[in-house]
Design a protein around this ligand. Sequence first.
Ligand code: ZN
Length: 154
Amino acid sequence: MCTNVNMKDLITAHHEMAHIHYFMQYKNQPKVFRDGANPAFHEAIGEAIGLSVGTPRHLQALGLVQASVDDTAVDINYLYSMALEKVVFLPYAYVMDKWRYDVFKGEVGKDQYNCHWWRLSEQYQGIKPPVLRSEIDFDPGAKYHIPANIPYLR
Ligand SMILES: [Zn+2]
C-alpha cells in the first residue's frame, strides 16, 4: 500500500494490519484451516480495528487531536460521520452483490444489465442516475469488483 499522511490511510493501514494479524492467528493450523471462517470474518476484524483507531479518544491518546474529546458534541459529530460513511454504504454493497447474483442466476439478460443496476440502486439506495442511462452504458463496470469478479458484500 502506498500511503499518504492522512486519516483515510491511517485507518486503511490499520484495517490491513488487522487482516495480517488474523492471518497470523491461524498460521499453525492445518493447511485447510489457514483462512478466515468466511470472507466476512476478515473484513469484520479489519473494520473493528479501523473503527477503533479512528475514535476521537484514541486519536487524542496518539497526540493527533489536541482538543478535549470529553464533549457530547464531539461524540455526536463523530458518530454522525461514521453513520454517513458506514450505514449508507450497506445498501450500496448489497446492490453490488445482488446485481452479480441476479446476473449469475440468469435472471437478467445482457440487454438488461444497466437497467437492472439502476433499478436495484433506486430500490435499495433510493438514488437515480444523474443523467439518462441506457444499455449502451455499463455502469456496474465502473466499480472494480464487478469486472474483477470479486464478491463485495463481505
Ligand atoms: Zn479488508
